[in-house]
Design a protein around this ligand. Sequence first.
Ligand SMILES: Cc1cc2nc3c(=O)[nH]c(=O)nc-3n(C[C@H](O)[C@H](O)[C@H](O)COP(=O)(O)OP(=O)(O)OC[C@H]3O[C@@H](n4cnc5c(N)ncnc54)[C@H](O)[C@@H]3O)c2cc1C
Length: 461
Amino acid sequence: MSDFDVDLFVIGAGSGGVRAARIAANHGARVTIAEEYRVGGTCVIRGCVPKKLLVYAARYADEFEDAAGYGWTLQKPEFNWSTLIANKDLEIDRLERAYVANLERSKVNIVRSRAVIEDAHRIRLVATGEVVRAKTILIATGGWPSHGADIAGVEHVISSNEVFDLKELPKRIVIQGGGYIAVEFAGVFRGLGSEVTLVYRGDNILRGFDDDVREHLRAEMEKRGIRVLTRKLVEAVEKVDHGLCVSLSDHEMVMADQVLFATGRRPNVSGLGLERAGVQLNEKGAIKIDKFSRTSVPNIYAVGDVTDRVNLTPVAIREGHAFADTVFGGKEVIVDHSDIPTAVFSEPEVGVIGLTEMEARSRYARVDIYKSSFRALKMTLAARDTRCFFKLVVDGDSDRVLGCHIVGADAGEMIQLVGIAIKMNATKADFDRVMAVHPTAAEELVTMRTKAATYVREAAE
Ligand SMILES: Cc1cc2nc3c(=O)[nH]c(=O)nc-3n(C[C@H](O)[C@H](O)[C@H](O)COP(=O)(O)OP(=O)(O)OC[C@H]3O[C@@H](n4cnc5c(N)ncnc54)[C@H](O)[C@@H]3O)c2cc1C
């Protein structure tokens, strides 16, 4: 008889934990997974999926307007927030049931409880007090919204955790943050008709993205009526008769019905008992792991946002799968974190992969830039003032495409496909050999012939 109750105990049934549990069980391991909130985790319950549903909802506003130029006469459309939220909830419930069914089909034991670590092999279930002895532990507890420094009236501020369950659509909303979650919600609320003020302490939104993308998206957001205030902070929020009075660092006051902070997420390690097992954190407060997701304790592993590598669902899933194959499948797998395609479901959408222009210029001796900004055909009859943006960053010596940056409708769909070419080390000549699909916006990817710029780095002394 084994000294352990289970071969694997997974803490957290989100993207990474669920995948790891199922694959390990399919490899023959006895697996228990603990979830303190809802099976599916952030992505399914209060992240990617509900957010994309809200993005779809918001985009109908433009479609209704644009239809007029194509000959349609519509009655004034009316939007009902409660219907949207109720339908979204039904879909999330359905997805949660599907996740549970998939785990059960793989014979994973699900416990609905917070789990805390007692030592390197023992986990306590907070709901019952039961202690489970596990040969291997996987920590997949994700991240948690962080509001930053405390401000007066922070109790009136919501995070992305609460935004999906608001009882009413706010007529006015202040969103603090400049990352992808902040700009996505700015687009959602503007599309649904709210007055939106985006407040960000940095120079421009989407830090870390290509500068042209940042400028283009900001201009497009402003054209849509979103007030983008940079180099400013929310300093206090006060409840007054007719809403919330938001004081900014430049002494401006903005009135709002909701204040959403999307100011980053921290690894979810608080109260987990890591110190009792000797699991070390890195300087950013994330669980320290090696290339196989093994922590400083040999039988304890960690995947997903709690390790703060690249905080995206497909990455957490890959890391969970690789862990299970490595530890239970007899096949060592290392996840490749380079050139990850990603989308921002802003309005308009952003899709990017690979190096920004500045990153390429700091790493490569010669960099060629191709870029193009134009009005998509659909927008002509719609008479909508919006432009797409395409940019390729190319190694001037090898001709390899190092980065691709797109702003415009369906950029997320496009970048998934461009990602395949870039992972295969496609050159600009390879792109150019492909026949254009006409008339599309994506054809720009294979028709940009003229370099916008070439940068040659001075030889190092
Ligand atoms: C608003 C928003 C939008 C996003 N949009 C996208 C997107 O469009 N595309 C994308 O790729 N990514 C997106 N993400 C990021 C994505 O959701 C995360 O990267 C992904 O969910 C990480 O998976 P994970 O397994 O690490 O953690 P999670 O999915 O967060 O799962 C962790 C789980 O652990 C549980 N848990 C925590 N502690 C304990 C404990 N002690 N005991 C038991 N259970 C515990 C939690 O309740 C949670 O269910 C978004 C995130 C947010 C917040």
